[in-house]
Design a protein around this ligand. Structure first.
Ligand code: HEC
Ligand code: HEC
Length: 367
């Protein structure tokens, strides 16, 4: 049975509606009907906090069109969907660094878009406080869409469909960046991925294979302290089931001299090199990997965790492995996985692919 959460259902907005959460609708002069949308949270997922925006069918439909709208970019060539392609788990088409208008190369690897209702901040360094604020930024980013919001609003007002669609979603209020980003956020919140091969195995819909069973066990086991211990990848502390992210920021040991990351937002030296722990759902499709796209394949990622960790003063203590004598130096900083164990771990990661999510037309380009 599905657990159904309904946060706020508002069917009719009136002139007199003054509550803060509805401030974007306040100036609506006429009564209009909206169809409330119920976000269905899978049974296996935790109960999220209330989403940052009210969800309606009309708002989501508008957000879907806007997410795939190239008018949001300077030369009308790039949409959010250009760098967040569904078949790649909503990342940028296998590129290491995401590119913007005019083929400019960006600074970061595009991030997957799914199960976003759980996050309290966005981007690799967490600089956006919520989804509507996040959606404001790509439009005037000089390496991304390179457009001004006043131009976007002008283009949408001149379009044959948008004025009517905005009226349906928000009533008689002028189109502005608040409404555009509100609608896009509504659409993005509907991206729920919870039906991977692994989920089907957990529900006994399909059987576990021996390799995936072993990979899951490695994923969820502490690292070996001696060569006689069961194999452990110790992935679960940060990429915890069922979301496959702990939702926080960590330094996972990529660099000897880590740079940037959460420190750029908090100003704290102790946050240097800490990046958002990405969800591993659909990870088979979201490569290249890490904030800078440095690893092309999951094999490279697993080799890195197995014996390529760089110790620095902000590294997560979880990454620093100890041996049976309590020693955390030298060779102890490895997982000592055999080739077979590494390939079982990768088989498990690939079982996190959710084909339905990657192909469902409810998320596809309607334009
Ligand atoms: C030019 C490519 C590009 C375009 C266009 C683009 N993005 Fe992104 N997106 C990225 C990259 C790269 C990141 C990570 C950037 C960073 O952390 O500095 C990102 C991050 C995000 C995140 C953060 C996810 C998380 O878990 O924190 C969301 C949400 C997102 N984009 C949505 C959008 C929306 C909505 C639009 C359109 C308004 C858009 N993107 C346009 C490349 C792009
Ligand atoms: C201490 C927390 C931590 C542990 C333990 C950990 N990871 Fe990560 N993982 C991260 C962080 C943080 C990132 C993003 C780092 C960055 O880009 O700077 C990441 C990134 C990844 C990525 C890239 C995802 C993407 O979309 O780019 C993969 C794949 C991955 N981890 C798999 C694993 C596996 C497999 C294990 C166990 C062997 C593991 N991780 C253990 C924190 C951790």
């Amino acid at each position: 049975m599905k657990r159904i959460l309904v946060w706020v259902l508002v069917v009719v907005f009136l002139d007199s509606c003054t509550s803060d959460i509805f401030s974007v609708y306040k100036s609506s002069p006429s009564e209009f009907i909206q169809t409330p949308y119920t976000l269905v949270i899978p049974d296996s997922f935790p109960v999220p906090l209330a989403p940052p925006v009210v969800l309606t069918e009309e708002g989501i439909a508008l957000g879907k069109k806007l997410f795939y709208e190239t008018l949001l970019s300077k030369d009308n060539t790039i949409s959010c969907g250009s760098c967040h392609a569904q078949e790649y788990g909503f990342t940028d088409n296998g590129k290491d660094l995401s590119g913007g208008v005019g083929g400019l190369k960006g600074l970061k690897n595009s991030m997957p878009i799914m199960n976003l209702v759980y996050y309290q901040s966005f981007f690799w360094n967490g600089r956006a406080i919520d989804l509507p604020h996040q959606a404001l930024m790509p439009v005037n980013d000089p390496l991304e869409m390179q457009e001004t919001w006043s131009n976007v609003v002008e283009k949408l007002n001149a379009h044959t469909d948008y004025p009517t669609l905005f009226k349906k979603a928000y009533g008689d209020v002028p189109i502005d960046s608040t409404l555009v980003t509100n609608a896009i956020a509504q659409f993005e919140l509907t991206f729920i991925s919870a039906n991977s091969e692994f989920d089907k195995m957990r529900k006994n819909i399909i059987p576990f294979t021996p390799s995936i069973t072993n990979g899951l066990s490695i994923f969820n086991t502490e690292p070996r302290k001696t060569l006689f211990d069961a194999p452990g990848g110790d992935c679960f502390h940060c990429h915890s089931v069922p979301l496959f992210t702990s939702l926080i920021f960590e330094n996972n040991g990529l660099d000897v001299n880590p740079k940037d990351g959460l420190m750029n937002v908090t100003g704290k030296a102790s946050d240097r090199g800490k990046f958002k722990v990405p969800s591993l759902r659909n990870v088979e499709k979201t490569g290249p990997y890490m904030h800078d796209g440095r690893f092309q394949t999951l094999e490279e990622v697993v080799d890195f965790y197995n014996d390529g960790i760089n110790i620095s003063n902000t590294i997560s203590p979880i990454m620093v492995k100890i041996d049976s004598n309590g020693d955390s130096s030298g060779i102890a900083n490895g997982l000592f996985l055999t080739n077979q164990e590494k390939s079982d771990l990768i088989a498990f990661l690939k079982a996190l692919t959710d084909e339905e999510f990657l192909t469902d037309p409810i998320y596809s380009n309607p334009n």
